[in-house]
Design a protein around this ligand. Structure first.
Ligand code: OOB
Length: 537
């Protein structure tokens, strides 16, 4: 990777993080090899179709690492991985980790627009998919992406490969595997929720990510007896590392891969595999509570339920705690790094009413006003952060990096928070131009730009509107140049442009002009207030 592609930690900070024992020089494949020695015949992964011990996982990883190499995949190559929650997800990513090839964790709902962008922006050489999932044919998506993705050489398919390469029939390797990567190397890319025109890629190193895993394992008290149910998409930072599947592997525990988040499927796994911990986004909670009431599954093994990714109401937090008789852990994290947890021995006043505190004493937190000056204790302000697992720059995004980070390397999270007297963060809102649709992040600008491509759209502004189930949905205000074009036309247009479904506006309002701020910018505050008033009528 070119030096300018990636902003490493400044030497001074890197020295501190090494000297303080945050970065221990571990790599993902190194850690897996150790776990195979310690726990070889214990279960690592269970899915609908597979049950692999650590030794079997490691065999799969070696087989794939050889096959990928024989195909021509090399260290530092970028590879888009878009798989549903399945055991093979981990065989694939650990194989890429071993090679030092860099997965980009696309989410299952991403479509032509997003995948094409990742391919082009990162010059990806391979795209790894399942044949079909949730009634969608990813091979067809690959066919649509290929003509505009000149660097893409391999489409590798789990299941029926059609004209592509089958994950189960990779070529035989005649030569040796390349040398493994260094711990200080970038290991993969997370995706930013984003507030800009194009989704940004987040480079994470072995050193920094494994440090966040170690901290998470300790805070979540994982042991080799922990059983984690992976319900939300496995490549999302929450499910991957907070403590997520990779944290559970770090601890030598077992991961159960749930292919669908619906509670009838998920709740069955809990008794069947003795699940001890799982992670949910807020909209899943009421659905689980209702299902638990009617299906009466045996949940006696379940000790901890984590909730994060979006605002979680204190009322629901209390209900969850008492109705499932579990310990609630709120998780406020971001793919860029910083993760906050309420601790397992915190009282209900903390677990239900705050979003916890950082993993590490080396996480630096600043809460500031619009001029980057610290706010008074307990006041709401913008959250800035720097630390041993928070990036200093997005991949190939110099211009955006200049705005997203302070000159001394703090990441501007875009979240508005306050710090309680006991030292916990409470998320009060957001300054970034983003909609948080039940944990799925939508950049307003990205979708506005798409709408502007329509010949009858003069201008567009997208804001969040309240929703009882998802917390927020998206509402697009559109100025059009004739009144023939309708909402359905614009929605069809966005779909045909290949935008992920969750980004398609939930509602479109046509207006003749936008309310303006004092400096003449579109006042999204007024648009939000207007739609909120409409909804409460
Ligand atoms: C997680 O990561 P991302 O990258 O999808 O989204 C990060 C953003 C945060 O900046 C914040 O705006 C929002 O999602 N958020 C929350 C929250 N957790 C995340 N807002 C309110 N309350 C919470 N508990 O969403 C993520 C990554 C790792 C662990 C957990 C969540």
């Amino acid at each position: 990777m070119m030096v300018s592609d990636y902003t490493p930690w400044p030497d001074k900070l890197a020295e501190v993080y090494r000297a303080e024992g945050c970065w221990l020089g571990e790599t993902f494949s190194g850690v897996l090899a150790e776990r195979v020695m310690q726990f070889g015949d214990r279960d690592a992964i269970v899915s609908n179709t597979q049950r692999w011990t650590y030794a079997q996982l490691s065999e799969q990883v070696t087989r794939l690492a050889k096959g990928f190499t024989a195909l021509g995949i090399k260290p530092k190559d970028r590879i888009i991985v878009q798989l549903p929650n399945c055991a093979e997800f981990f065989a694939v990513i650990y194989a890429l980790f071993r090679l030092g090839a860099l997965p980009i964790f696309a989410l299952p709902p991403h479509r032509r627009f997003e995948i094409k962008h990742f391919c082009q922006h990162a010059e990806a050489v391979a795209y790894i998919i399942a044949d079909t999932h949730a009634n969608f044919d990813y091979r067809q998506l690959a066919r649509e992406v290929l003509p505009d993705s000149p660097t893409l050489q391999h489409v590798i398919v789990l299941g029926d490969a059609a004209e592509f390469v089958s994950l189960h029939a990779l070529p035989e390797l005649e030569s040796e595997l390349p040398a493994p990567p260094l711990a200080s190397d970038v290991a993969f890319f997370q995706l930013s929720g984003g507030s800009t025109g194009t989704p940004k890629l987040i480079p994470r190193t072995h050193d920094d990510y494994i440090y966040s895993l170690r901290g998470s394992v300790e805070i979540c008290q994982l042991t080799p007896d922990s059983v984690y149910l992976s319900v939300i998409p496995a490549g999302h930072n929450f499910a991957l590392s907070s403590p997520g599947s990779l944290g559970v592997f770090y601890a030598g525990g077992k991961v159960v891969m749930c292919a669908h988040p619906s509670p009838d499927v998920a709740l069955n796994w809990i008794a069947k595999e003795g699940v001890t911990i799982t992670a949910l986004v807020p909209p899943l909670v009421p659905v689980w509570l209702d299902a638990a009431k009617s299906l009466k599954p045996d949940l006696s093994s379940l000790k901890v339920v984590q909730v994060g990714g979006a605002r979680f109401s204190p009322e629901l937090a209390r209900r969850l705690t008492s109705e499932l008789n579990i310990t609630l852990q709120q998780v406020f994290g971001m793919a860029e790094g910083l993760v906050n947890y309420t601790r397992l021995d915190d009282g209900l006043d903390v677990t239900c009413y705050s979003q916890g505190r950082p993993i590490s004493k080396h996480d630096e937190i600043r809460i500031v006003d619009d001029e980057d000056q610290p706010v008074a204790a307990g006041e709401v302000g913008h959250l800035l952060t720097r630390g041993p697992y928070t990036i200093h720059g997005y991949y190939r995004a110099d211009e955006h990096n200049a705005k997203a980070f302070t000159s001394d390397g703090f990441y501007r999270t875009g979240d508005r928070v306050r710090l309680t007297a006991a030292g916990n963060l409470v998320v009060e809102g957001r300054a970034k131009d983003q909609i948080n649709r039940g944990g799925e992040k939508i950049s307003a600008e990205e979708v506005e730009n798409q709408l502007l491509e329509h010949e009858n759209v003069i201008d567009a502004a997208i804001v969040a509107m309240p929703d009882a189930y998802l917390g927020e949905k998206s509402c697009a205000f559109v100025i059009r140049n004739n009144d023939v074009v309708r909402s359905v036309d614009l929605i069809r247009f966005l779909r045909e442009r290949g935008l992920a479904t969750y980004k398609i506006p939930d509602r479109i309002e046509f207006v003749s002009q936008f309310p303006k701020t004092g400096v003449g910018k579109v006042s999204k505050k007024h648009l939000r207030a207007w739609i909120e008033a409409q909804l409460s009528n």
